[in-house]
Design a protein. Sequence first.
Length: 122
Amino acid sequence: MEEYCQWETFNATCPRHNEVVLVTAARYGRMRVGRCLPVDYYVGCFADVLDHVELRCNGRPSCIVSIPDAELFRVQPCRKDLVAYFEASYRCVAGLIYQLTENQEPDLQNTLVTILRSSYCE
């Protein structure tokens, strides 16, 4: 997983036109000492935020999560006065991008709808 520190942006982008993002892991907090957290101070508190990031990214050709992020901050398990960071990984998988126009309902009889979840694909 790659680290995204305060004021950095996670940018998941698939270069091929027939691929979409599949987030495989996402955590927010103070996981370990590293690039974003150089000192061993209140380390080890974090939340698995895979569900949050999957909703924003999976099935799209690209997505971004800028840190700090208000939604992730609400689920942070660490003390709120401590700076947290984000770590995530993703891969690009073959997929079809289906966009509805305004007031258009999906034709589910003739459309295969796939919900991508990393637990299914691992």
